[in-house]
Design a protein around this ligand. Sequence first.
Ligand SMILES: [Zn+2]
Length: 769
Amino acid sequence: MSIKSTILGFPRMGSDRQLKKLVEGFWSGKVTEQELAEGSKQLRADHWALQASYGLTEVPVGDFSYYDHVLDAAFAAGIIPERYQQVDNAGTQAYFAMGRGLQNKSIGIDVPSLEMKKWFDTNYHYMVPEVADNQTFNLHSTKVVDEYKEAKALGYAARPVVLGPVSLLALSKTAKGSSTKPLEHLAGLLPVYVELFGQLAAAGAEWVQVDEPVLSLDLDAAVYQAAFVQAYTELAQVSGLKYLLTSYFGRLGDNLSWAATLPVHGIHLDLVRGSADLDAALELIPTDKVISAGLINGRNIWKANLDKQLATLTKIVSARQSAAPVWVSSSCSLLHSPHSLKPEVGHLDEETLGWLSFAEEKVEEITILAAAIADRESVAEQLQRNAANVLSRQQSERITRPAVQQRLAALDESSYTRQAAFNVRQAVQRDTLKLPLFPTTTIGSFPQTAEVRKARAQFRKGALSQEEYLQFLDVETRKCIEWQDEAGLDVLVHGEFERTDMVEFFGEHLEGFVFTKRGWVQSYGSRCVKPPVIFGDVSRPHAMTVDVAKFAQSCSPNKPVKGMLTGPVTILQWSFVRDDQPRSQTAGQIALAIRDEVVDLEAAGIRVIQVDEPAIREGLPLRKADYEAYLKWSVDVFRLATTGVRNETQIHTHFCYSDFNEIFTAIKSLDADVITIENSKSDLKLLGALEVHGYAAEIGPGLYDIHSPRVPSVEEMAARFAALQKYIPAENLWANPDCGLKTRGWPEVKESLTNLVAVAVAARKAHAA
Ligand SMILES: [Zn+2]
């Protein structure tokens, strides 16, 4: 028997990030719209050819996007807020304006972008469509139809991919000044989908992959079941078209029972993260529906264990003998995997290469599974090679470090607890640090100027020697410390001129990490990140930041300089993580490495140490039922990293958000001495949370928004600071910006921080009076 092999989507950027170059060239006027269109067409053709070269039966189309697939879906349905409609007759420029804003003084346009949000629990971000009370819908773009025709003309069996109507609305927000919930507009939106799908059918499409990833979330069944029934009953009227209802990123769980019976022709299951659904799915999905088995992980970079996945596939195929066909596919779109391993040959060692699988290799894995169902012998060699690679990873001595594992296993409660409770520590720290009331500080980074980036690039190329580079950094650090001291800040930072990124720096210094050459994945728009790969037990062969911190402290004899570290959850969250042990265990190993660094910093005379955990909230699982376990271990690893110090040492942490309600208890349990948070955009939310949950430790809600170059006046920050004093006891309140200053320029940083110090000084006077 032969089964269909396919994937849910392919990375868009190209093997060498060609798409990034095209769209950024278009934005800067160096690439014409026609060149952008032609370059993109070529990329799509290349990607389909690559997929077909491995024998994939059917290629996805419409998964390509200039910027973001949610933006594409909104744009296609005419969900274009009025402020963008004036731009370029709601054409390509308007599309990009929705993605990234547009400031063009010569034509009098200044519009910010739509809001950006994390795509479920991935590190990809989508643009949030805005639906107004008087929203109308129309088929504004036939992009997916055009791309279908493109693939068909090239001779490919193709399946259009469309974000489904329920998910599109569920992921949208109510426009400012409106009150209806987006989902209430479903009836108005559906005719656009009927029209679009009619065009796809007319163009010859047989199947459409309708992505409804909200099915992996906790849904109000009464509301959503009705919406799905309404939507798919109406879509079923388009004659000649079959729908693959597609969800991913987790189990369907309690949504499965009703989703299984919707009037669609096939259901995709994410059997990597949602494998717990399988038995129920085999029972509940009617036999006339196709099952698409998502067996190859689209979100990680490890080679699949093909024998194991083949066993699952065989189980499904035999359970569905007389039923509709079974397909084999990726768990989710391969958008979240790097493009291909080929550029890594010669960069990574042979052994590591054998453990990895990027998008191109995942396509091959899927075709091997499909071929094995038809005739196992035909792929015996590939299966054997895979088994050898899997075994090599299980047995490699580079992966397992018994000393690390034993140390983690031997920890007891004392390794997770400070010597004394917060109030005792606070008194001791007051005596030793001698900070004024309303201490002022910054979050860590100072402007990474062109000069700083140039020096780093030259050092990496070998044009600057290590000694010259370190000297350059010392000069920059000293200037930065001296300026902060003069400006009157109380707790200083070294400025982080040696770091590109808050995870990469630590990954480069720790054992158990490797860095790829071109392992780029799209983060948002044209922005790509190259996450480190955590392949083995993590350990710290040498101190990472102690020299820099000691030097910085030596530049400031009178004021404390903060040691700056990234926390274990954030390092985990922003890396490709091993799948052969629980995430919590990997995070525990990273925490031990950070703990050693914290203790070494203290021993080197650093009295204030900040451990940043911006990713704690973004690591929240998709289902509420999984929150507790996650928050328990993420709090534990932070405490493991930070509790090895004396009472005198002040532990800070920073969060790039203040919308804490869901995780406030966890934030309190971190037992940090000081937290600094983003607050400038959402005062009420924060103050509400502080009031409801109570917060006893010291806190620095950001006094101004660093994401904008504008300089906040003394008056506006003073007003904000006065408001904060109503909720936070004076002795616990800090004054600081809301995030790091890396992306800002020196002139506005100096002016803003001078104003901030003035606010604190005036508040001290007022308080003493
Ligand atoms: Zn931040």
